[in-house]
Design a protein around this ligand. Structure first.
Ligand SMILES: O=C(O)c1ccc[n+]([C@@H]2O[C@H](COP(=O)([O-])O)[C@@H](O)[C@H]2O)c1
Ligand SMILES: Cc1cc2nc[nH]c2cc1C
Length: 368
């Protein structure tokens, strides 16, 4: 689907969408053959074998590398927090942005360990004074309350996507070869659930969870708020931009742009939890080919995430019952992805060891 309508940067976005091409099947085949000749039973490294095949299809050659890594953390605030949908006050968004640039948040710790740079972008927070290390791309000071009207205008959603595309392009120009996406925004599991409900038609009560940790009464209230937002705004499930602007958020729009931009530049993007998942679903609905450039890092404890991954037909690498966001799951997946590229580079082949590649009890023989 290529339906995007309204706003300033639309032409550029349309061009980027056109630039997203299918994976390179021949490189994937070449990598599959390479993996099958390594000194291990066929397929025995499971998903660690699927990763280099995907990376080869993305890179367009069978020697993909993930040496230079970055995590983009898009930050935005949400008018809907006025309805009492989060366990924490809105001010935490700005406080955590400060924490990110001090290098003291969970994402900093995990990204450091993974050897990834963290880029923090203010795309829509309420912060008046933004620390100098944060990239300033504010579309507006927080979204409007989606329970009483659209969260953003179409133009603002387009602007958000455009910012994300530029971010991905800048990182591509810097030579980044593996991207992770994360976000910070008190209240943003509410738009994530709302967008997922509209895109999948799954019931709001099935999709919605406790986010940062609201109690049972809070969860009932959150479900009621999402119902009101969808009923009042009536987003068109066939028009991803309509869904994004009516019940989404600035950081989600930014992440949609990062996903589309990275796919256009043939860079793999590791998605994190439920909020980046909702962005991934929107990007997929804008351009289905973008899905092939996504790697699912983990399964969030937030219920909508499983439904999102089902819809995207992506399997998460990890299930650690995490629900933090910030890109933490993506950072944890980076070392696994790097391991997968070391496997094909460093392991010996059967031929090198003088063993026949497909011995008596090979998988195909067993299945025959
Ligand atoms: O990544 C996830 O799956 C995830 C699940 C629950 C909460 N979060 C984070 O917590 C915040 C949103 O939670 P809430 O309860 O305020 O909607 C936001 O900053 C997210 O990064 C993230
Ligand atoms: C402290 C805190 C840190 C976070 N990081 C992402 N979402 C968050 C929400 C809270 C409340």
């Amino acid at each position: 689907m290529r339906r995007l309508s309204g706003g300033n940067h639309l032409e550029k976005i349309m061009q980027v969408i056109q630039d997203i091409k299918p994976l390179d099947i021949r490189s994937m085949e070449e990598m599959r053959n390479c993996l099958n000749n390594l000194t291990k039973p066929l397929g025995s490294l499971g998903m660690l074998e699927e990763l280099p095949i995907t990376l080869s299809g993305i890179a367009g050659h069978a020697a993909p590398k993930v040496d230079r890594k970055a995590i983009v953390v898009m930050c935005g605030d949400h008018g809907v927090v006025k309805e009492g949908v989060s366990a924490y006050p809105q001010a935490v968004t700005g406080l955590m942005m400060d924490n990110f640039v001090r290098g003291k948040a969970a994402i900093n710790v995990l990204a450091r360990q993974a050897g990834a740079e963290v880029q923090v972008i203010d795309i829509g927070s309420m912060l008046e004074e933004v620390p100098k290390e944060i990239i300033k791309k504010k579309v507006r000071y927080g979204t409007d309350n989606m329970a009483i009207g659209p969260a953003m205008s179409k133009e603002e959603a387009v602007q958000g996507i455009h910012i994300g595309i530029e971010t991905a392009f800048d990182l591509a120009d810097q030579g980044i070869d593996l991207l992770g996406i994360g976000e910070m925004g008190i209240g943003n599991t509410t738009p994530a659930s709302a967008m997922t409900a509209v895109f999948t038609s799954i019931s709001i009560s099935q999709l919605t969870g406790r986010g940062t940790g609201i109690n049972a009464a809070g969860l009932d209230k959150k479900i009621e708020v999402i119902e009101r937002a969808i009923k009042g705004n009536n987003p068109n499930p066939m028009d991803p931009l309509d869904v994004l602007c009516k019940v989404g958020g600035f950081e989600i729009a930014g992440l949609v742009g990062v996903l589309l931009g990275a796919a256009a530049r043939r860079i793999p993007v590791v998605i994190d939890g439920v909020i980046s998942g909702a962005a991934a679903l929107a990007a997929y609905r804008i351009e289905p080919l973008s899905r092939d450039y996504m790697i699912a890092s983990h399964l969030s404890a937030e219920p909508a995430h499983q439904f999102i991954l089902n819809e995207l037909e992506l399997k998460p690498l990890l299930n650690l019952e995490m629900r933090l966001g910030e890109g933490t799951g993506a950072a944890l997946a980076f070392p696994l992805i790097e391991s997968s590229t070391r496997i094909f580079r460093e392991m010996a082949t059967f031929e090198e060891l003088g063993i026949p590649a497909h011995v008596e009890n090979s998988k195909e023989k067993n299945e025959a």
